[in-house]
Design a protein around this ligand. Structure first.
Ligand SMILES: [Zn+2]
Length: 177
């Protein structure tokens, strides 16, 4: 029987934070809430991102090389929104340096941008001077369960509405609006 309700169902399957990649038109600036990066080897396989499964990996067996992606949580000062941001191996070094220098990424101010105007253009990362005090930072959430949920549940994560993916590395994650 059909049921009328006053509110949408409590959909706890949905990731509470959007996972975004850096927009090619606008740099992403914000304060990092995560202590450290988490990373994984990822394929773009059968139309979506899929973590590499090692020895038994279907994508590897088909000859596709996985690529490393790192993730962290950021508070974007421009729109007061918290996101999980995906980065590529290309900028890992900058994050690692910052983490080593301070023992944590939390509170660091980051600027990410594409070095050209392409949606999948190479990423550049720059840490800005000064850190945000702990008392002014929002809470850190555990990113891994959110990502695992995202990858396990088909149909929950579609291609970005505004993405213009190019060959090689389509925009499988939602981009910043
Ligand atoms: Zn694989």
């Amino acid at each position: 029987m059909a049921e009328w309700t006053t509110a949408p169902p409590d959909n706890d399957q949905r990731a509470p934070y959007r996972v975004i990649r850096t927009n090619h038109m606008k740099p992403l600036r914000g304060v990092i809430l995560s202590q450290h990066l988490v990373g994984i080897m990822l394929h773009y396989w059968k139309g979506r991102s899929k973590p590499c499964e090692g020895n038994e990996c279907e994508a590897c067996q088909a000859g596709q090389k996985p690529r490393w992606k790192g993730y962290f949580q950021v508070h974007n000062a421009d729109n007061q929104t918290v996101y999980i941001v995906e980065i590529t191996e290309r900028v890992w070094h900058e994050f690692n340096e910052e983490d080593r220098k301070n023992g944590t990424l939390r509170g660091a101010r980051i600027e990410l941008q594409r070095t050209n105007r392409k949606a999948n253009g190479p990423l550049a990362a720059r840490f800005l001077a000064g850190r945000t005090a702990e008392s002014e930072l929002g809470k850190e959430v555990a990113i891994v369960p959110i990502l695992e949920r995202m990858w396990e549940i088909t149909g929950q994560v579609g291609p970005a509405e505004d993405a213009k993916g190019t060959e090689g590395e389509p925009n499988h994650l939602k981009m910043q609006a």
